[in-house]
Design a protein around this ligand. Structure first.
Ligand SMILES: Nc1ncnc2c1ncn2[C@@H]1O[C@H](COP(=O)(O)OP(=O)(O)OP(=O)(O)O)[C@@H](O)[C@H]1O
Ligand SMILES: [Mg+2]
Length: 462
């Protein structure tokens, strides 16, 4: 795996490591206080025992307290390799009796219980025990204090800490290694996926397999496959369009060239005029073909997805497009009618493309209906909005209706000019709007009616 700057593995390990380090600091503090507690426990017991044994040397004698301590016994008591030990015996009546004067007594507990506390002797930190004994019969109170410096305790605490630290450090190293390995194991599906994607050819748009992927990565790959599918279909559509366009434009362009050469070579005015007339027709055909091809390219669902859909009033679209065709209908002597409701007929779509859809249906009707025929454009509000173009021309045989939406398909024997793209454009636009285009025979069984139905209409008056 490449170690990128923002590697997931490293950032997971850093977060985990920081958490472990914080826990270790807490653990070290806990260890320190535990070690200190037990060290104190052990040495405090010893200090209390020493104080108690000192108290046994005190007894009342001749009406006052006396200390029966031999100097060598005191030496034994004071012997310590590391620390300095202090003691002092004093009484209420006699004041200081024996021991180290610099030792300050603690405020004692009256019932003879030992009192333990930290104190300072000649500027040094020490641990001290004070026991008070009351002698009723001679009316005196004796205070016995014993103290020692803290070096032994510090040394033992240190030794305990060191003994505890070694396994802790081992544990930390083991935790880091284990977490590095488990993070690597956990991220394996992702790193495998990245490796597979990196190894792919740039034109390989096949879906990425979903096997062995954890849920999080599965969602990512599903979305990515979805995107790959759309890109692939857009590319295929583009390729298909370019192939179709190149193939279809070749013939009319060759014909144009032929007629132009004929016009150039014409020896008399009549031949030249005839060649020019033919040239005109072929240029018109080529122009129509390129215009239809461009409309088809714009109608591709993938291209449409890029354009904004909005609320479109189909009544207004029908009026506007209808008006554009009136003069052609008049020229061809066709009774051209428009039937729209008083209400708004709002649908969701792309106004320009819906105009193109209607234009192609009207174009066909006016093209294939003979003179004196009739063509009606309708917008109806029933079960949504229905837009239809009805004619009473020759109609289309049932058997042909499945194929007329294919690109460049024309019903065999169709005389008027055309390139076979109009209904493919209509179908592409209908598909992009997620609606179905239907072809049915006219009302009296004659002609053909093409219709599309839009759902979810917002009704209102114009
Ligand atoms: N209203 C109609 N009446 C009879 N036949 C029709 C009608 N509309 C379409 N057709 C048939 O369907 C075929 C396909 O129509 P389409 O509009 O796709 O292509 P075209 O009209 O031939 O060419 P263009 O791309 O120039 O429109 C036509 O060639 C024609 O045979
Ligand atoms: Mg047509």
């Amino acid at each position: 795996m490449k170690m990128a700057d923002n590697s997931l593995r490293v950032s997971l390990l850093v977060r985990f490591g920081l958490g472990v380090a914080a826990l270790l600091v807490l653990d070290a503090l806990a260890c320190y206080y535990t070690a200190l507690y037990f060290t104190n426990l052990v040495y405090d017991r010893w200090l209390i025992d020493s104080t108690r044994s000192l108290t046994t040397a005190i007894r009342p004698q001749d009406g006052r307290v006396a200390v029966a301590l031999r100097p060598d016994a005191l030496d034994v008591f004071r012997f310590d390799e590391i620390d300095k030990t202090y003691f002092k015996i004093a009484s209420k009546n006699r004041g200081y009796i024996v021991g180290d004067k610099e030792l300050t007594d603690l405020i004692a507990i009256p019932n003879g219980e030992p009192r333990l506390a930290y104190s300072k002797i000649s500027g040094r930190q020490a641990r001290e025990v004070t026991i008070q004994i009351r002698y009723q019969d001679i009316d005196d109170v004796v205070t016995v204090s014993v103290a020692e410096t803290l070096f032994k305790r510090a040394k033992l605490t240190q030794e305990i800490l060191l003994a505890m630290a070694a396994p802790q450090v081992g544990l930390l190293i083991a935790a880091v290694i284990l977490s590095w390995l488990s993070i690597a194991r956990g991220l394996k599906p992702l790193t495998d996926l990245a490796a597979e994607l990196e190894a792919r050819d740039h034109d390989n748009l096949s879906p990425v397999p979903l096997t062995d992927l954890p849920h999080e990565a599965r969602v990512l790959v599903l979305r990515m496959n979805d995107l790959l599918k759309r890109i692939s279909s857009a590319l295929q559509a583009q390729k298909r369009f370019i192939t179709d366009a190149a193939h279809q434009l070749r013939t009319p362009l060759a014909v144009i060239l032929l007629h132009a050469e004929r016009a150039e070579r014409a020896t008399d005015a009549t031949a030249e005029k005839k060649a020019l007339a033919e040239l005109h027709v072929s240029v018109r055909r080529a122009a129509r073909l390129s215009q239809q091809l461009l409309t088809l390219a714009r109608s591709e669902p993938n291209a449409i997805a890029m354009e904004a859909f909005s609320s479109v009033n189909l009544t207004a679209v029908a009026r506007q497009i209808g008006e554009e065709w009136v003069s052609i209908a008049l020229e061809r002597q066709i009774d051209f009618g428009l039937s729209v409701p008083d209400q708004l007929a709002i649908v969701r779509g792309n106004e320009q493309l819906l105009g193109e859809l209607l234009s192609n249906l009207i174009d066909n009707a006016l093209q294939y209906v003979p003179a004196n025929g009739s063509v009606t454009v309708r917008v109806e509000l029933r079960d949504g909005v229905v837009l239809s173009v009805e004619d009473n021309g020759p109609g289309i045989p049932e058997a042909e209706r499945a194929r007329i939406f294919e690109r460049f398909y024309r019903v065999p024997g169709t005389a008027p000019e055309g390139c076979g793209l109009g209904l493919s454009i209509v179908k592409e636009i209908a598909d992009a709007h997620d609606i179905e285009i239907m072809a049915s025979s006219g009302h009296d069984g004659k002609g053909i009616t093409f219709s599309v139905r839009f759902p979810n209409v917002a009704k209102g008056r114009i």
